[in-house]
Write a protein that binds this ligand. Structure first.
Ligand SMILES: NC(=O)C1=CN([C@@H]2O[C@H](COP(=O)(O)OP(=O)(O)OC[C@H]3O[C@@H](n4cnc5c(N)ncnc54)[C@H](O)[C@@H]3O)[C@@H](O)[C@H]2O)[C@@H](O)CC1
Ligand SMILES: Nc1ncnc2c1ncn2[C@@H]1O[C@H](COP(=O)(O)OP(=O)(O)O)[C@@H](O)[C@H]1O
Ligand SMILES: [K+]
Length: 492
């Protein structure tokens, strides 16, 4: 599991680590030197060589600029032609500046050198976790010029202008291909608009680990999700593996029921029971499912319910949803069930068993809570208000529990933006919840598996929701054995 630490958490750890470093009589500034060495190493690995490479280092007035200057000095010492552009020459990190000059680097004022946009590498050290709001005009103008070139762009710690905690971008910011971040991955690099600005994230260990507070937000890896996908053991039978109940679809929309039931079957369930008015469609597609045309109570015993996709929002649908929510079982509330729950939040509030709501932005806002630029914060607010786990869909799906524990999904592809893929996610989630694992992490595991399946299906071109159902078993197999399937975890 990758911890996501806020700027305040990282600063507190830096203070504790610096005290430790001093006690150990290591040189002052050791953390910055470790950061700069890691940064230069990533750049050298990406460039493949240093000699003669043209490097532009954008340097702000804080320690972020210091990191960039020391990294520039490393590159200059290896033969790179380094020019540092000082946005605020009076406040540039003195030791970093001296190191760069000693290594043969050039220094200019904020106007920058001619050919700024022709550099092979641009290092963005304008502002890191000390940044507030979008870039100020001088920084924004420089970033815009530097970003137009064809070279490699690398952000130091955080792309300048991106809020490290939330991923919000309020105004100008510097989009980069790579971000080299120090001590801990910050949430803003993997969620919201910041995710798009940060490119590939590389984490450099500067020794903060023992000093960091336990993070409240996380990213799952294949290895974490594998624990949710273990194969049956010799003593297992179809009931012991978790029975999933699905209430979805309707005579008008049988497809949602077929996709949701299929996804539950293909994920890991021992048995899937379906109750509803799309029974004929489900029987035809999935002879393995046990189907009743009656009410949820007629379906037989289950360990978790999935309610909502295509079920409609009329009085009958409402009473079916209420029946499922009145049980003491975990319930996934998706699609039409979200519309009904938003109209009548009392349906989900105060349940003892876990409830997982799976809205996209428009469904989320029906609960009267806006989705703002801080997507994790938005999901946390709704989760706390309803006492339910909220899975907010998007290109980086977010999961939040009522106690504030959160997850940001690392997998997926924009090819998933097609009808019915949400029905598949609901089925996957039901199958995993039926095993009784904690709801928030289970929801994050479902989003991870769904995204991985999308990536796999998209390797062959555009996908439709049914492709996800078909590729689920193969994805489960690959995730169970990380490293053998050719699907890489993020470099973070
Ligand atoms: N504190 C430590 O022990 C360590 C800090 N490190 C680095 O230090 C950084 C934090 O340094 P600082 O606290 O000095 O802060 P930063 O360097 O991130 O930001 C402060 C500077 O940015 C300017 N600034 C703020 N908002 C701006 C905006 N919207 N537009 C333009 N300029 C803006 C400020 O005027 C100031 O000059 C980290 O991101 C990391 O790169 C690393 O060296 C590791 C060790
Ligand atoms: N641009 C995107 N990038 C990555 N994933 C996406 C994107 N757009 C949608 N998705 C994912 O696709 C799924 C769509 O779900 P949803 O909107 O409920 O679809 P439907 O109701 O048609 O089944 C969600 O899991 C969402 O995270
Ligand atoms: K930066």
């Amino acid at each position: 599991m990758i911890g996501l630490s806020t700027a305040a958490e990282v600063r507190a750890a830096e203070v504790r680590a610096a005290e430790d470093v001093l006690l150990a009589r290591t040189r002052e500034g050791a953390l910055m030197r470790r950061a700069a060495t890691g940064l230069a190493t990533v750049c050298l690995r990406r460039l493949g060589r240093a000699h003669g490479v043209r490097v532009t280092v954008l340097v702000g007035g804080g320690n972020n600029g210091g990191d960039a200057l020391f990294a520039g000095a490393h590159l200059a010492a290896r033969g790179a032609r380094v020019t540092a552009v000082l946005l605020d020459p009076g406040r540039a990190h003195p030791a970093g500046l001296a190191a760069l000059r000693r290594a043969g680097g050039r220094v200019t004022g904020p106007e920058g050198p001619d050919g700024l946009d022709r550099a092979d590498l641009v290092l963005d050290g304008i502002v890191g976790i000390g940044g507030r709001g979008g870039l100020r005009p001088a920084a924004a103008a420089l970033a815009e010029r530097a970003a137009t070139g064809p070279g490699l762009t690398v952000a130091v710690d955080v792309p300048s202008g991106v809020d490290a905690d939330t991923g919000a971008v309020e105004g100008a910011a510097f989009p980069v291909l790579h971000t080299v971040t120090f001590g801990a991955v910050k949430p803003g690099l993997v969620v919201g608009d910041g995710r798009g600005y940060a490119g590939t994230v590389h984490l450099v260990d500067i020794g903060l680990g023992p000093h960091l507070a336990p993070p409240r937000a996380h990213q799952l890896t294949d290895a974490d999700v594998a624990a949710h996908l273990q194969p049956p053991e010799p003593g297992d039978d179809k009931y012991s593996r978790g029975v999933v109940g699905v209430v979805a679809g309707s005579a008008t929309y049988p497809g949602a029921a077929v996709l949701c039931t299929g996804a539950a079957l293909r994920t890991r369930a021992g048995l899937v029971r379906y109750a509803g008015t799309a029974g004929d469609g489900v029987r035809a597609a999935w002879p393995e499912a046990i189907v009743t045309d009656g009410r949820p109570a007629d379906a037989g015993r289950v360990q978790a319910w999935v309610a909502g996709p295509g079920m409609g929002t009329d009085d009958d649908a409402r009473s079916v949803l209420a029946e499922v929510l009145a049980t003491d079982l975990p319930v996934v509330v998706d699609a039409d069930a979200l519309t009904m729950a938003a109209r009548e939040p009392a349906l989900v509030r105060g349940r003892d068993a876990p409830t997982v709501l799976t809205p996209h932005d428009r469904e989320f806002e029906r609960f009267g809570v806006p989705v703002d630029a801080d997507r994790v914060g938005s999901a946390r607010r709704l989760a706390a208000e309803l006492g339910a786990v909220v899975l907010l869909k998007g290109d980086a799906t977010v999961v939040a529990a009522p106690d504030g524990t959160a997850y940001v999904n690392a997998t997926g592809t924009s090819e998933l933006a097609t009808a019915g893929t949400g029905d598949v996610l609901a089925g996957i989630l039901g199958a995993l919840l039926a095993t009784g694992t904690p709801a928030a992490e289970t929801a994050a595991a479902a989003a991870h598996l769904h995204g991985r399946t999308g990536q796999l299906a998209a390797e062959r071109g555009p996908l439709i929701a049914g492709d996800l159902v078909r590729r689920l078993p193969e994805t489960v197999g690959r995730v169970r054995e990380p490293g053998t399937g050719g699907l890489r975890d993020s470099e973070a």
